[in-house]
Design a protein around this ligand. Structure first.
Ligand code: FAD
Length: 287
C-alpha cells in the first residue's frame, strides 16, 4: 500500500480546510468499504486520508425536520434499512440499503460514501433520485444543497468542488407520498455490485419516476408525466412504448466483467416492469 498520512479532525472547518489545502491529494474516509480497497490495490494513492467519523455535522442519524428526512452522511445501510420512516415513506431506499453487500458491509457502508464514490451501480442512487433527494455539501464557500441528479458525473467523479464534502442527505417527504420500490440484478455468487439497479416511484397524481444504474457512466432519472405507466388500465403495449423512451439513454459497457450489454438492457426492461407493478401495488395498498 502506498504510504499516506491519516487525520481525524473533530470539526467540519478543519476537515474543509485540509481538503481545500490538499485538493486531490486528500481523500475522505467514511466506512472505508470502497476506499480501503482502492488504497490496497493502489488505484488510489492519496497522501492524506481524512477520517470524518468524529465530525458532528456528519454524525450518523436519521431525523424528520419539517417535510424532509435528514440522513447524516455517515449513517450506515443497516440503520437506513431498519428506520421506520424510511421503510414507510421511502420504501425503495430501505429496499436498496438492505441489499448492499453483506451484513458486515452494511454495518460499515455509509450513505455519504455510496453517493460520493459515484459508482454507476450504487444501490441507493436510484432510490434517492426517485425521491428527489438533495446532498448537503459543506466547503470553503459555505453550504450548497445539490440535487442528487446533479451530483453524479461518472464513476468516481462528482460535482463536488475542491474542499467540499457531503454532510447529510435530505429527502423530501411530500404530503402526496411517492410509493416506491427498488430492484436489482447481481451475479449469483458472492457479494457484488449490481449488473442493473433500478427504482420506481409512483404518486396519486399519476407521475411515475424511474431511475436506473449500472447501464452507463452514471445513474439516470426519467419521469413519465403522461400517466400511462401509473395507469393500471393502460395496455402493455402503451407501457412498453413509454419504457423504451425511459431507457433510451442506457449505454452499458461491453467491457464490464459483470454482464454483457444485451443482458443488461433486457434486464432493465424486466426490472422496470416488475418495479412498476410492485410500486403500483404499494400505492394501492397505501404502503
Ligand atoms: C464486498 C463489497 C460489496 C459491496 N456491495 C455493494 C452493493 O451491493 N451495492 C452498493 O451500492 N455498493 C456496494 N459496495 C460498495 C460500498 O460498500 C458502498 O459504496 C458504500 O456505501 C461506500 O460507503 P463507505 O462509507 O464505505 O465509503 P468510503 O469507502 O469511506 O468512501 C467512498 C468514497 O467516497 C468518498 N467519501 C466518503 N464519504 C464522503 C463524504 N461524506 N463526502 C465526500 N466524499 C466522501 C471517499 O473519499 C471515497 O472516495 C460493496 C463493497 C464491497 C467491498
Amino acid at each position: 500500500m502506498h504510504p499516506f498520512s491519516y487525520s481525524r479532525p473533530a470539526s467540519l472547518a478543519e476537515a474543509v480546510a485540509l481538503l481545500a489545502e490538499r485538493g486531490p491529494d486528500a481523500r475522505v474516509l467514511a466506512g472505508g468499504t470502497d476506499l480501503i480497497i482502492r488504497l490496497r490495490d493502489e488505484s488510489m494513492a492519496p497522501g492524506l486520508v481524512i477520517d470524518v467519523k468524529r465530525i458532528p455535522e456528519l454524525a450518523p442519524g436519521i431525523r424528520v425536520d419539517g417535510d424532509c428526512l435528514i440522513i447524516g452522511a455517515t449513517t450506515v445501510m443497516t440503520d437506513i434499512a431498519a428506520h421506520p420512516v424510511v421503510r414507510r415513506d421511502l420504501a425503495a431506499l430501505a429496499d436498496a440499503a438492505a441489499v448492499v453487500g453483506s451484513v458486515q458491509i452494511r454495518n460499515r457502508a455509509t450513505i455519504g460514501g455510496n453517493l460520493c464514490n459515484a459508482s454507476p451501480a450504487a444501490d441507493t442512487a436510484p432510490a434517492l433520485l426517485v425521491h428527489g433527494a438533495i446532498a448537503v455539501a459543506a466547503g470553503p464557500d459555505g453550504v450548497r444543497r445539490i440535487p442528487v441528479d446533479e451530483l453524479f458525473v461518472r464513476s468516481g467523479v462528482t460535482t463536488l468542488v475542491r474542499g467540499e464534502l457531503v454532510t447529510a442527505v435530505e429527502v423530501p417527504l411530500p404530503a402526496d407520498r411517492i410509493a416506491s420500490v427498488h430492484q436489482r440484478r447481481t451475479r449469483r455468487r458472492g457479494h457484488d455490485l449490481a449488473s442493473v439497479t433500478l427504482a420506481c416511484g409512483v404518486d396519486r397524481a399519476g407521475v411515475a419516476r424511474i431511475a436506473y444504474g449500472s447501464v452507463g457512466p452514471r445513474p439516470l432519472l426519467r419521469l413519465d408525466a403522461t400517466g400511462v405507466l401509473a395507469d393500471p388500465g393502460a395496455s402493455d403495449e402503451a407501457k412498453a412504448a413509454i419504457f423504451e423512451t425511459i431507457f433510451a439513454d442506457a449505454s452499458p459497457s461491453a467491457r464490464s466483467m459483470r454482464a454483457g450489454p444485451d443482458y443488461r438492457l433486457a434486464m432493465l426492461r424486466v426490472l422496470g416492469r416488475r418495479a412498476l407493478a410492485a410500486a403500483l401495488g404499494r400505492l394501492a395498498a397505501g404502503e
